[in-house]
Write a protein that binds this ligand. Structure first.
Ligand SMILES: Cc1ncc(COP(=O)(O)O)c(C=O)c1O
Length: 387
């Protein structure tokens, strides 16, 4: 089936976080929004069909997770990424990846132990560490070709009480898809210090321009055992509102402890519609995803060309993975408050400001999973408002 991603769907009035709350978050309800990381494209038809079919049954009481859901995930990981995962390693966390990380840190650290994160970072990841642990920031280095790890700083900043490292792979907001060599170097440092790697891989399926993702749990050697890989169909198939994430935990003790914790919280039964949507997506959504990726690549190229021609003061870090661009407005030489005023009130465009990724510098994250006309409109308005 051929999907038309140029078509505009009005999301207003659907309780959309990105579209319906801009008055509250930006003081301008009419902005064109590019902040929250979901897509402005309708889901793949098989997902809609599966949800409708189950909805027609009309009884939505407590459910058990179906074995065929686990099989669908294993099949996806095998065919799409070449990773053969044991069914027993899968653990489901209904509300999402952030609560899953919160539980993992609770199980593997003591209050006050330190945890490393690469910055800039999606702020909820830092916040979840800061609840009980000390955040150690290991800033990524911006290079002409994209951001890179600072391994020397990483080795130097690890403390005796450092228990875990939170990795975001592919990385949001910078869009980097880490190479196998980079991940192996990181794994080696963490292994030497006995550090658990929690790898947030929510963006792992949206791989642009032929880039290849390496799941942390599938690195060569024994490292998979000392890591937890977090995946989700939410961003990949635009079903984040149905809240369901999956963890791959190879260490049987940690897995058992995690499941016990979910049991105590009554979180083992799951989210019926999240599971139905994710299973349909993994089984029948590949074709839709391939088309989304091709369309987003077109948007990335459009952004790149527009910026180089009309917005030379913007340095754009273009995504290798994910549908998010990271834009550096530093060359305007204006304070963030002034840039915000121009973007939100003059241009009527809502980007995700750098402070939500832990930086006070004038950086913005822009979501490119939208009809091209939105992007074109926003960039034209930004050009007028910024000069
Ligand atoms: C890097 C990263 N991790 C985790 C999440 C949360 O994902 P979910 O809602 O699927 O748990 C997001 C959402 O924006 C994200 O960008």
């Amino acid at each position: 089936m051929k999907y038309d991603f140029d078509a505009v769907y009005d999301r207003r009035g659907t309780q959309s976080f990105k579209w319906d709350y801009n008055g509250h978050y930006f003081g301008n309800p009419a902005v064109l929004p590019f902040w929250v990381a979901d897509m402005d494209f309708p889901c793949a038809q098989p997902i809609v069909a599966a949800l409708k079919e189950r909805a027609e049954h009309r009884i939505y009481g407590y459910t058990e997770r179906s074995p065929s859901f686990s099989e669908a995930i294993l099949e996806w990981l095998r065919t799409r990424h070449g990773w053969i995962v044991d069914k027993d390693w899968l653990v489901f966390c209904p509300p999402g990846i952030i609560p899953a990380i919160d539980i993992l840190l609770g199980l593997t650290t003591h209050k006050g132990d330190s945890v490393v994160i690469q910055t800039p970072a999606y702020l909820p990841l830092e916040d979840v560490i800061a609840r009980n642990n000390v955040v150690i920031e290991n800033p990524l280095i911006p290079r002409q070709t994209g951001y890179e790890f600072d391994f020397a700083h990483l080795a130097a900043c690890i403390r005796r009480d450092t228990r875990a490292l939170l990795l975001c792979s592919p990385h949001s907001p910078t869009g980097r898809v880490w190479t196998l060599q980079e991940l192996e170097t990181l794994a080696d440092i963490c292994r030497r210090h006995g550090i658990l790697v929690i790898s947030d891989e929510v963006h792992a399926d949206v791989l642009l321009f032929g880039n290849r993702h390496h799941h942390f749990g599938c690195l060569p050697g024994e490292y998979g055992y000392r890591s937890v890989t977090c995946i989700s169909a939410g961003k990949t198939f635009n079903i984040s509102g149905l809240q369901l994430s999956t963890l791959i935990i190879q260490d049987p003790e940690l897995r058992a402890a995690f499941k016990r914790h979910l049991g105590v919280l009554q979180m083992t039964q799951g989210n019926l519609f999240g599971e139905i949507a994710a299973e349909a997506a993994y089984r029948q959504g590949a074709d839709w995803l391939d088309q989304v990726i091709a369309y987003v690549e077109g948007n990335v190229r459009f952004l790149e060309e527009y910026v180089s021609e009309h917005l030379p003061n913007v340095r754009a870090f273009l995504p290798q993975g994910s549908y998010l661009a990271w834009l550096d407005f530093g060359a305007f030489g204006k304070p963030v408050a002034d840039l915000n005023q121009r973007l939100i009130h003059r241009a009527g465009v809502a980007l995700y400001e750098g402070r939500y990724f832990g930086t006070t510098e004038p950086y913005y994250r822009m979501n490119l999973a939208c009809p091209r006309i939105y992007l074109e409109t926003a960039l034209c308005r930004m050009k007028r408002a910024l000069f």
